[in-house]
Design a protein around this ligand. Structure first.
Ligand SMILES: [Zn+2]
Length: 396
């Protein structure tokens, strides 16, 4: 049961119940639409007149549209759906190798996107992001309501303080400069937390309906987003979820972002898999993989050294996941990032490693690949804007 925090207790405002009802109706339309007013009234047990009032407000706010459904005899029913004719959010997914800038509609469907290599010079990267965002704004300026930015490092979403170990960037003014250049609200967050938020709101139903899960994002490093009771757990200063630095052994093939060879990410990241492959092909005078996607495509073509490198990496991924299951008791664990593209090659090794690492009596939980496709992080960036619209509806 949640304790009331007396330091920040607010007496419930008289319109709190109205806000909650609006949120419920909007989420019915989002998840079950096209749906009629009477179906919503029936399922929510709200008065039909209350539903109609809320629907009118949601229509006036540009969140939902109505159209005619199929007639089953009499007058065709009027059905409500999310308004998806316009792009409403811009997502910026800043990765260690590439940055994606995309525009999305209210349902989280990407309308348009652009990708470019991330420049190790922070100023240049920020300028490139601004140019790309402005290109989208020229097309969608009337309807875009905010920008979400997903970053591979430590982020305090309240203060915009950040640290990206890969580039040694500390507190680069990305949010401020985007705000100044566009006049739009900008929200930044860690990539794994943002991807967890995206699974929660825009994942397939098998995840959307789960209230407690862990998103394990495997990229250059390994990050986790923890969802407790349908909400991303951020921790003090947004720093929760750094399980990539839990110690799981000694003598990893690479060092973690902070220089240790004992951390989970030193055993389980893309860099660890690439190092394993490089060691194995060196013995046969072969060439190392160009990058991680190259390694995945070699493995999918049946290259045995590439498959071996991914299976060994999956083993260590499984050891860490077993620790998370034991400590946090999630209903499911999701693995996201480009590695999920080779799921068929390693998922049995992953499951076996989790099973053997769990202490006797602790049940195995479903471990599934991200339901957001190859790029869960761009959906994460978009979700930083969209989830706010569904989680808290305000009418100015
Ligand atoms: Zn570490």
């Amino acid at each position: 049961m949640r304790r009331i925090d007396l330091k920040s207790a607010n007496v419930a405002r008289s319109n709190t119940i109205r806000d909650i009802n609006r949120q419920i109706v909007l989420n019915y339309v989002r998840e079950r639409g096209p749906i009629s007013r009477s179906e919503i009234a029936h399922e929510t047990e709200l008065q039909r007149s209350t539903v109609s009032l809320i629907v009118d407000e949601l229509k006036a706010s540009g969140l939902i549209d109505e159209g005619s459904g199929e007639s089953t005899g009499g007058r065709p029913p009027i059905l409500l759906s999310l308004r998806t004719t316009d792009a409403v959010a811009i997502g910026v997914d800043l990765g260690t190798a590439r940055t994606i800038v995309a525009a999305s509609d209210l349902a989280g469907r990407l309308q348009e996107q652009e990708m470019f290599p991330t420049n190790p010079d922070a100023d240049k990267t920020i300028q490139e992001i601004i140019a790309s965002v402005q290109k989208l704004l020229r097309k969608y300026s009337r309807t875009i309501e905010g920008i979400g930015v997903s970053l591979p490092g430590f982020v305090n979403p309240e203060t915009d303080e950040l640290y990206i170990p890969h580039f040694a960037w500390r507190d680069i003014p990305i949010a401020d400069e985007l705000r100044a250049a566009t006049g739009l609200p900008v929200k930044i967050d860690n990539d794994a937390n943002a991807a967890a938020l995206a699974e929660l709101w825009f994942g397939r139903p098998e995840i959307r309906e789960v209230r407690n899960f862990i998103m394990v994002l495997v990229e250059e490093g390994v990050g986790t987003g923890i969802v407790f009771d349908g909400q991303v757990y951020c921790g003090e200063a947004g720093a929760a979820g750094e399980f990539g630095h839990m110690v799981i052994g000694k003598g990893a093939p690479v060092a973690c972002a902070s220089g240790s060879r004992e951390c989970w990410e030193a055993f389980s990241s893309e860099r660890a898999a690439l190092a394993r492959y490089a060691t194995s092909v060196r013995d046969s005078n072969g060439l190392p993989a160009k990058d991680f996607l190259d390694l995945v495509s070699l493995a999918m073509k049946g290259d045995s050294a590439a498959c071996g490198a991914l299976k060994e990496t999956a083993h260590y991924l499984g050891v860490g996941i077993a620790n998370l299951i034991q400590g946090l008791a999630p209903e499911a664990v999701i693995v996201g990032g480009p590695i999920a593209g080779a799921w068929s090659i390693f998922h049995e090794d992953l499951k076996a490693a989790v099973e053997t690492s769990l202490c006797r009596g602790i049940p195995l939980k479903p471990i599934i690949p991200s339901t957001l496709g190859d790029e869960p992080t761009i959906m994460g960036a978009i979700s930083l804007v969209l989830a706010g619209k569904f989680a808290s509806v305000s009418f100015a």
